[in-house]
Design a protein around this ligand. Structure first.
Ligand code: GLP
Length: 257
């Protein structure tokens, strides 16, 4: 292992989520006008529950924060229950004090998607860049919706989803037929520019993707492996997601509780 990714392993998914939430809370307290990069999917739901709890107890405020989400399905508007804007409203934004105009999710129904992608990049730049980025990982190693084969320098654009991702995400929809085939996604190049990145992965289904991201050379077959090429990346895993890591990698990891 020759990269600088820090690995932290928690006993179970709940501890992993609490750890990530505490890192976010600490960063928000340190810099109340922080620019946060946020993720969707099953993995961050518990993280957002903890953050809402900290907000309700008066421990943190999001009033001065700006947020940018990673991705959105093409064709799903904000009122669609499977859109990522809807997810963010339900799981986080509706329960905290972040002003709505400071929350950004790519527009999946823009007339001119190409321009919407360029505008999204420009908005991130205008906000001063992302300070702290939360990531999940797909079973095939994707980050945001950057599927295997994606370019490490990619910027925000419309991408095609792979069969693997469509099948994995069909659990949120009625059937695989209902899952959009395209999405707007932050590019890997854009993600790598975040000042700090925390990737969270839990469960056995992520173990292979996690091991590949951390242990092979950075290469397009595992988009998450490009995280080896930037500074200040932390992987927060549970035991199940870490089970295929080599002994040497495990020894270098920090156990958290
Ligand atoms: C989705 C999202 C990713 C997410 C990943 C894992 O397709 N586009 O941002 O990290 O897949 O999702 P989950 O946490 O549900 O396993």
């Amino acid at each position: 292992m020759n990269h600088k990714i820090e690995i932290r392993i928690a006993e179970d998914p709940k501890f992993a989520a609490k750890h990530v939430a505490l890192e976010f809370a600490k960063a928000i307290r340190k810099n109340p006008s922080i620019v946060l990069g946020l993720a969707t999917g099953g993995t961050p739901v518990e993280v957002y529950r903890f953050l809402v709890d900290y907000y309700q107890k008066g421990e943190i405020s999001f009033e001065q924060c700006t947020t940018f989400n990673l991705d959105e399905y093409v064709g799903l508007g904000p009122k669609h229950e499977q859109s990522y804007r809807y997810f963010m409203q339900q799981n986080l934004f509706n329960h905290i004090d972040v002003p709505e105009e400071k929350t950004h999710v790519p527009d999946g129904i823009a007339q001119d998607l190409k321009k919407a992608c360029q505008d999204y990049e420009a908005a991130i730049k205008a906000a001063g860049g992302i300070d702290l980025q939360l990531l999940g990982i797909g079973e095939n190693g994707h980050i945001a919706f950057n599927e295997p084969g994606s370019d490490a320098r990619g910027r925000t654009e419309v991408v095609e989803l792979t069969e693997n991702t469509i099948t994995a995400n069909s659990r949120f929809f009625g059937s695989t037929d209902d899952v959009p085939r395209k999405a707007v996604s932050l590019g890997i190049g854009t993600i790598l520019e975040a000042k700090e990145i925390i990737l969270m992965a839990t469960g056995e289904s992520k173990a292979k993707a996690v091991a590949r991201a951390l242990e092979g050379e950075p290469c397009g077959d595992s988009p998450a492996s490009f995280l080896q090429t930037t500074n200040k990346v932390i992987f927060v895993l549970d035991l199940a997601a870490s089970q295929l890591l080599s002994e040497a990698t495990c020894q270098a990891a920090i156990q958290i509780s």
